[in-house]
Every structure is written in C-alpha cells, then in structure tokens.
Design a protein around this ligand. Structure first.
Ligand code: 8X3
Length: 253
C-alpha cells in the first residue's frame, strides 16, 4: 500500500534542473514545497507558477558560514517536514585534476558536501522526533564510476552515497528513510555550469544521444516518496538507456 504524498517537502537546488522539476511535480501532486535556491528571479517565477503551494527560500548552500544557521532556523519554522530532497550540487570543469583551479574544488565541496551535510543535519533531529520522514540524497553515477575530469566532483558524490548508507545505520528503528538517488547523464543546466557558460561545449554533451530528463528524476522522486512505510529504497541508480560503463584504459608507450 502506497503512503500519501508528503504534506511538506524541502527541495534544495530548486531553481533549475532536477530540483525545479521535482518542486513542480510535488506542487502539482498537492505537496507544500519549500523551494531553496540561490537565484531570486528563478524563485519568483516558481512562486508565480505555484502561488498557493510553494514557499521560496533564498540561500546559497555553498556559503559555508551562514548555511547551517539559516537551515536550522528553517527547520525550527517547519518542524513537520515530511520529505527532504537534498538535490543542490554542481560540477566545475572537466579538465585533468592537475589543471583544475583549487577554487573549483572548494566550491564543489562547499555545495555538494558541506551544503548537503548542513541541510541533513538541520532537519534530521526533527524527523527522528516525529518518527517519520524521507530523505532523498541526490548523488551521481560519478560517485561510483570514475572518469577523466571527474576528480573532486565524483569524490563529492561518493561522499553522498556513503553518508546515505551510514545515516541508515544510525536511523534504524526511527522510521526515517534515506535513499541515495544516483542519476547518470541528465540534460539540465549541469553542463552549462560545468563548462562555465560555454553553451556549445555544454550542448555537445547531449548531442546525438537521449539523456535522462529532469522530469524523469522528478517522477522517480515522487514515486520514492510514496512507497509503503515498510519499504526503503536504499540506493537507486538511473542512466539513460544510451549510457553504460566503459572498459579500463591502458596507457602504452
Ligand atoms: C552527472 C553525471 O556523468 O555527468 O552527475 O558525471 S556525469
């Protein structure tokens, strides 16, 4: 028996891609969504689409010093959160590790690791106190399969996967569920951000193939949140049909 869809959800990274599609799908399903993002004009346009069911939360999850305090205040104001979708994350660059600017590595860790930790840490005690709640951490296939240029991005996503597994170890018996959802190639602004606004390079990533769409992930998140209470989907990896791992490479003289 499926459970009713969440009454209240927080979606981070809600101003684009998977987060925006998830916020929209949840609003359409009748959930009240706290949509967290950095870009005010994007949040405003979401509010215009869903004036009765969406509350904007303007916050840069990568701004280390203020993030946890702001999220703790949000958790105090919304102690009955049913669903937390920790989606905010980014990749910067696809060049070799030895050529990457350190600021790129720091920014990926600040958002993908520190921002995600701060979000989970702020809301977790409330969910445990209520004896229910769903946490969906958006990881990536890059957390499992290494590739050239993946360096710190892939490492942050390995962190997401292991955090999800370890949270489950502590949450046994609390009624709080954790899922790590790991998308492969998904056509969003992800590549435009990764290539720092170079649209041509970003578009080439998806050319001649059929990537996942943000809506594919949003639909899955709604499905995850409505599984029967005794069912925990611990980890779910999704790739386009047109994506698969390659063989190990060999360097030859
Ligand atoms: C996105 C998947 O393959 O671009 O997390 O790293 S990939």
């Amino acid at each position: 028996m499926t459970i009713p869809l969440p009454e209240t959800a927080l979606v981070t990274g809600a101003t684009a891609g998977i987060g925006e599609a998830t916020a929209a799908a949840l609003c359409e399903a009748g959930t009240h969504v706290l949509a967290l993002g950095r870009r005010r004009e994007r949040l405003e346009s979401l509010v215009q689409r869903y004036p009765d069911s969406l509350t904007p939360v303007e916050l840069d999850l990568g701004a280390r010093s203020q993030t946890h305090d702001a999220l703790s205040q949000l958790a105090e104001a919304h102690p009955n959160l049913d669903l937390l979708v920790a989606n905010a994350g980014l990749a910067l660059g696809r060049g070799a590790a030895q050529d990457a600017p350190f600021e790129d590595w720091e920014r990926m860790v600040d958002v993908n690791v520190h921002g995600l930790m701060a979000t989970v840490h702020a809301f977790l005690p409330k969910m445990v106190a209520r004896g229910k709640g769903d946490i969906i951490l958006v990881g990536s296939t890059a957390g499992e399969y290494p590739y050239p240029g993946g360096h710190v991005y892939g490492a942050t996503k390995s962190f997401v996967r292991q955090l999800g597994s370890n949270l489950r170890a502590d949450l046994l018996g609390t009624g709080v569920r954790v899922t790590v959802l790991e998308p492969g190639m998904t056509q969003t602004e992800f590549s435009e951000v990764r290539f720092k606004g170079d649209r041509q390079t970003a578009e080439a990533v998806y050319q001649g193939t059929r990537p996942l769409l943000a809506e594919d992930l949003a639909e899955t998140i709604v499905w995850l949140a409505s599984r029967p209470a005794h069912v925990s989907v611990t980890r779910l990896q999704m790739m386009p049909t047109d994506q698969a791992p390659g063989p190990l490479r060999i360097h030859r003289e």
